[in-house]
Design a binder for this molecule. Structure first.
Ligand code: MTE
Ligand code: LUZ
Ligand code: MOS
Length: 767
């Protein structure tokens, strides 16, 4: 069967040969101009004037404009309308260093960038004091969306009555997406006021909508297309909009094709990232470390505008439970407004930040009780048939965490290695080892119900070849490969007979972002629906022509068998065509059974949960703070995999990306100017192939999804990002060992070399 087979990514060969065109590789039309953005030099200020005449006088410059030149709305916010494309006119506030203030269009990209670099000289503004820190904004009551609350039971009473109590103050940093292909849009004016935008985006329909508003035209006049992205990771869900809108406005003004491709440093300065979080947490527990009551305040750095911070915080609160039954819990979530880039979706969408908080707390509880952290985690797992309701009221009725963790712990030799690590540490004063095994549960579906829908369009041509279009976008995750497998399976065709074409708003309307890991769940079902309609029409026709029942017509290996007769799929298509049978179809899917009440923060926001666990062993150098991941074992639940090779790739990639967030990626803003100091790979370190552990064993937990998902598979895009919590807690374990396990290490994330060294010194001083 085609489904369930390990296949290389549909573009794998083209990717490695450099023959897979990304937006910037597409042939440019004659007369193409290039845009660049003039950026705010101030973190906070009042705009007085922009000397555009000086910008226009620069060599090669064709046009330069500010917000007042935008024909429609100067707005690229999606949920909340608080995101100007360009800072407004005189009197408008400048909100962060790097905020686009003007656009310049020139004959070459070089010339445009030179004119954009004049920003500091041509922008006049008055300086206001910036707020760079989320806690400072929180203290001032400065938020981008109203605070959120989610509670169940009586947390305060449970805390007061608990025999043990821990109080913690900690945090986790933000994270740059570092997609290999930066933000880019290429706008091409069309006849009669139309605009085509080739754009690297996870959300073509939203780009279409926002470009139409910016141009003050109807959506039908705007076409957005994306064949592939060189990575999105959430960074191109909403924040491709500013780029698309500027390119389209520039193309409208000049009547020429305009390309806007951000330089990497500008991409860092203009676009936002994963939200860094601060936590204040109190947890009451018993002797076994079982949680009796928990109160948590989460403060996220939202940056200067709302963007997706509301839904991100909602997902954070809905993942504070992770895999654990919390009988009494009270959570508060604040999205603090600061003078930094506007933070946005990033793989996990707040879920990792929510789950990290409870994992940190349980780790501390275990250290304070002197128990193995895995035992404390196990004692708190959701039950089966009891202790199984989430704080937001959804029943966890597909819980497999206990057997999954047992299987991983046994398979990776957790107990024996715990002893071996202790023995190693007893004999090694400088190098210390640490070990941790952490579980994950991740809710699958958009936490906004209406977004859980998708459409597809399948064309069968007379030679039996098939073209598929669906609303999802390809960002490297292999969505098109999986959808092609589903369609090939449905029509009994070889994989090669099916081609998936670029995502295009003229083919599928009103699509959701390819996000929340739902790409293959939603678009796979929609494409299957379209293919099934065609197959049923062909079967009905074949039964009528050759006899037998339609449901007995067999489609397999590119052949069709009907009433004892076999023929090629193409032959059947030809015969059906001559009888005027429709050989193409649309398909649609909407996830059933979802509900969410934003007022009470309760309902069934998720169709199902994905589960997983990882065990990591690290080695730290207590003299330098350097560390290495020695070995990692993963057991991850993807239901009945549509494509095990792609799924393992997603798990490995998510693990290493999350490990970067937990340990090495650190953002620093200059406290005086508010400028992001870490805006290039020279100062912002992401993991590389060298950071992959020599022993990296990833296995799939092969149980089919209990829900009727596409071929009983499960979403895989985001959940693995939580696996490397095990790396962070293994580092904490090693630091704790450096202090003889006498104190709970004061070590937040990211656990950089510097932070590890400081924590080692702190535990030794206290011990
Ligand atoms: N994998 C690659 N190679 N590149 C990406 O940009 N994005 C991740 C994940 N895996 C990403 C990726 C994110 S944030 C999401 S939401 C999912 O893929 C989206 O795709 P899917 O829904 O088809 O899994
Ligand atoms: N919810 C969610 C969302 O869970 N994931 C997303 O990516 C998202 N995007 C927009 C709105 N809600
Ligand atoms: Mo992924 S953060 O939902 O794009």
């Amino acid at each position: 069967a085609e489904v369930g087979r390990s296949r290389p990514h549909e573009s794998a060969a083209a990717h490695v040969a450099g023959r897979a065109p990304y937006t910037d590789d597409l042939p440019e039309l004659a007369g193409t101009l290039h845009a660049a953005l003039g950026l705010s030099p101030l973190a906070h200020g009042v705009l007085r004037a922009v000397d555009l005449a000086r910008v226009r006088a620069m060599p090669g410059v064709v046009d330069a404009f500010c917000a007042d030149a935008i024909p429609g709305e100067n707005q690229c916010g999606s949920l909340v309308k608080d995101d100007p494309i360009l800072a407004g006119g005189p009197g408008a506030t400048l909100r962060h260093v790097g905020q686009p203030v003007y656009a310049v269009v020139a004959r070459t990209r070089e010339a445009a960038r030179r004119a954009a670099a004049l920003a500091r000289e041509v922008i006049s503004a008055e300086t206001l004091p910036p707020v760079l820190d989320a806690l400072q904004a929180h203290a001032a009551g400065q938020y981008v969306v109203p605070p959120l609350k989610l509670a169940r039971g009586d947390a305060a009473a449970a805390l007061a009555a608990a025999p043990h109590r821990v109080e913690l103050d900690f945090g986790v940093g933000g994270q740059e997406h570092f997609y290999l292909e930066g933000q880019i849009a290429y706008a091409l004016p069309q006849e009669q006021g139309g605009m085509k935008v080739l754009c690297s985006t996870q959300h073509p329909s939203e780009m279409q909508h926002l470009v139409a508003h910016a141009l003050h035209c109807a959506s039908h006049a705007v076409q957005v297309e994306c064949r592939r992205m060189g990575g999105g990771f959430g960074g191109k869900e909403s924040q491709s909009a500013l780029i698309a809108c500027v390119a389209a406005v520039a193309a409208r003004r000049t009547g020429r094709p305009v390309k806007l491709r951000l330089d990497r440093d500008d991409d860092f300065l203009i676009t936002g990232r994963r939200h860094g979080f601060r936590y204040r947490l109190a947890l009451g527990h018993d002797e076994e470390g079982r949680v009796l009551g928990a109160e948590v305040v989460m403060v996220a750095n939202a940056g200067h505008s709302a963007d997706l911070s509301g839904p991100v915080m909602t997902r954070a609160l809905c993942h504070f439970d992770n895999a654990y039954w919390l009988p009494n819990v009270a959570m508060q979530g604040y999205a603090a407004r600061t003078n930094t880039q506007s933070n946005t979706a990033f793989r996990g969408f707040g879920g990792p930040q929510g789950a990290f908080a409870i994992e940190y707390a349980l780790d501390s509880v275990a250290r304070r009780l002197g128990r193995d952290a895995l035992e404390v985690r196990r004692a708190n797992f959701y039950g089966v048939g009891e202790r199984d309701t989430t704080p937001y009221g959804q029943h966890v009725d597909d819980n497999i965490i206990a057997p999954l963790v047992d299987e991983l712990a046994a398979g990776c030799g957790y107990a024996a290695r715990r002893e071996a690590v202790a023995a190693f540490n007893a004999a090694s004063p400088v190098l210390k080892k640490g070990l941790a095994l952490t579980p994950l549960k991740f809710g699958i579906s958009f936490n906004v119900v209406h977004l859980n829908q998708a459409g597809a369009l399948v064309h069968v041509y007379l030679d039996g070849s098939v073209l598929v279009n669906h609303g999802g976008t390809e960002m490297g995750q292999g969505l098109n490969t999986k959808v092609a497998q589903v369609v090939a399976h449905e029509l009994g065709l070889p994989f090669e007979a099916v081609r998936v074409s670029a995502t295009d708003t003229q083919k599928i309307a009103n699509t959701s972002a390819t996000a929340a890991s739902t790409g293959s769940d939603l678009n796979g079902k929609a494409a299957q629906d379209a293919a099934r309609r065609i197959r049923e029409r062909l079967a009905a026709f074949a039964a009528k022509r050759w006899g037998g029942e339609p449901q007995e017509v067999l489609f397999a290996n590119g052949r069709v068998v009907v009433a004892g007769q076999a023929m090629d799929f193409a032959e059947l298509c030809n015969a059906a065509y001559l009888e005027r049978v429709q050989l193409w179809s649309e398909g649609f899917y909407a996830t059933p059974g979802l509900s969410w009440d934003r007022q009470t923060m309760s309902g069934n926001p998720f169709y199902y949960f994905a589960w997983g666990a990882a065990c990591s062993e690290v080695l730290i150098d207590t003299l330098t703070g350097e560390w290495r991941l020695v070995r990692a074992d993963v057991l991850h639940d993807v239901g009945a995999s549509l494509n095990p090779a792609l799924d393992i790739g997603q798990i490995e990639g998510g693990f290493i990306q999350g490990m970067g967030w937990m340990t090495m990626e650190e953002l620093v803003w200059n406290p005086r100017t508010g400028a992001l100091a870490t805006h290039a790979p020279s100062t912002y370190k992401i993991p590389t192939a060298n950071d992959v552990p020599a022993e990296f064993k990833v296995r799939l937990y092969g149980r089919p999804n209990a829900r009727d998902s596409i071929h009983r598979s499960k979403a895989v895009g985001e959940p693995p990002l939580l696996l490397p919590f095990s790396v962070f807690f293994a580092i904490r374990d090693a630091v704790s060992a450096a202090g003889g396990h006498r104190v709970d290490p004061p070590l937040s994330a990211p656990a950089t070399g510097e932070a590890i060294l400081a924590a080692v010194q702190a535990v030794r001083a206290a011990a």
